[in-house]
Design a protein around this ligand. Sequence first.
Ligand code: SF4
Ligand code: SF4
Length: 448
Amino acid sequence: MTPSAPGTPTHEHTSLSQGLHFVGPDVPSVADLQNCIHCGFCLPTCPTYVATGQELESPRGRLHLISAVHDGRIEATDRTLAHFDRCLQCRACETACPSGVPYGRIMEDARASIMANAPTAQPVSWRLRALALRYVVARRPVLRFVLDLGRLYSRSGLQRIARGPLRRLLPAKIARMESSIPVLTETPFRETGTLASPREVTARVALLLGCMHGEMYPRMHEATVRVLAHAGCEVVAPPEQVCCGALHSHAGDAETARALARRNIAAFEAAGVDAVIVNAAGCGAAMKEYDRLLRNDPHWGPRAQRFSHSVKDVLEYVAERDFAHDLGTVDETVTLQEACHLAHAQKIREAPRRILRAIPGLRIEELKTPDRCCGSAGIYSFVQPDLSAAILDAKMEDVMRTGADVICTANPGCTLQLQAGVVRTGMHAEVRHVIEVLDQAVRAGAAR
Ligand code: SF4
Ligand code: SF4
């Protein structure tokens, strides 16, 4: 392999004519791959390795496969790609790695370089996933139509029946998949324009509404807006914003991710704000990496760099502001499930704890492995239901040991997965974003 700068695309091995190889502008960098010294420190932190005990389901094993495809020693067969598919892209291996291997971008690049093959050569499941993400998730009217059908299912009572008397009659796999469908009874959050304008404004910020979370968990946005106002922020939501493209990047559809990134950069630049606030860790991580996504684009690259610096996770942002004044008591026991894309991709671990510790009356019980993935990972629970369920079971065992009333998260995907875990275990616990718990304290303080 010929070394190149980290993250620099290479176009080696694009001339092989048979089978699937890495092609296009996103081929994983040799330098990134060569960083791996095969020490295996990442193995015990990898949920898929822990669940299966197989080297090829570990970061080291997958890096070995990616290097072999890169060098043309093997072709990317369905069997090889199945090992890519079983990766959660949780990036726990990055945190554990003493050698600084940027596993997340290597895996994203590998997937993008498979998807850059001719459409007819791409694996059917990958093509279908990309089409669904491109034509449903990235298109707001279509996505809203699909979610409205889900809302009908929840509100009609059918979901309650499926989770109640019918549950024991359903095949285990169907029951498991059903428990992953969100309960859509709340009115979605679709507001744009100025969302909050407190009396004393010390900063002006814009909120990412996202494709899913305002539809599934409107209370997260409502809480975010109230807390930001409490911390002195005027909050706006530019109507031109779109889905962040994280799911598209993870699935290897770099072109759709780049198209969405350009639209978001333009929308948020026009808002002229001090920061772009994101309350979904997966979306925030993707938006902080727009600079890399658009690195080869001479027009958008520099704009993406400026934009990425303006993106802040809501917990990171609030923890640095004057948020702890006038809080009321919250008499609950919480535990914290660290979202992978907050802890491992954005390296934010202290901010959620700082916020929770500041809430009067709140008791915090730590998990044994708070930064171990819950098995959600975007659409992983739908495409890898068995492995996702095994990872969730381990997580729920850890949660139950704490005796918490509330499981705190920082990502809507984790919320959905943990809610499925609560249904499966029959636990009596709620799942809430950390910002919702802080909002509870803000409202309790205001009501005194
Ligand atoms: S990203 Fe997560 S699942 Fe994938 S190899 Fe790394 S630790 Fe394992
Ligand atoms: S990815 Fe890092 S921790 Fe894992 S084997 Fe390679 S060098 Fe070691």
